[in-house]
Design a protein around this ligand. Structure first.
Ligand code: NI
Length: 132
């Protein structure tokens, strides 16, 4: 068993400012203002409530990495992100358990430039792994 700590839950949203407003109504507060990830062509904002951190992700252009997902799923949570303190070992263990990487380890401006990778598993869908 791995010892990964949950960093955030990622939410796809069509309009980030409208989504921020709705989450504020629910009692969330912005803990990291919106930044644009030029690599993935998305706006990203972090909010927090009761110790839970959520990441709002919204496409800034048609060719963003989430445009297809947003069309398919609408506004919805779509990944849980985990922190890895021993990346190579954790990544190998996940691969051995059937998780398949769907992109390359890439710096994430919204996460202090730490690198992240997305993986999917046929039994549970998509996760994000941060190399701490
Ligand atoms: Ni994320």
């Amino acid at each position: 068993m791995l010892t990964l700590k949950i960093n955030h839950i990622g939410y796809l949203v069509k309009k980030i400012n409208a989504a921020i407003h709705s989450f504020e109504t629910l009692g969330y507060r912005v803990c990291q203002e919106t930044v644009t990830d030029e690599i993935r062509k998305v706006d990203i904002c972090f909010m927090e409530k009761d110790g839970y951190r959520i990441e709002l992700i919204s496409p800034v252009s048609e060719d963003s990495v989430v445009s297809g997902l947003l069309k398919k799923y609408k506004n919805c949570p779509y990944h849980i992100c985990y922190e890895s303190n021993d990346f190579d070992s954790d990544f190998a263990a996940l691969r051995a358990d059937g998780f398949l990487p769907i992109d390359d380890l890439t710096p994430a401006p919204a996460l202090s430039g730490r690198s992240v990778i997305f993986l999917t598993h046929p039994a549970m869908g998509m996760i994000e792994l941060i190399r701490m």
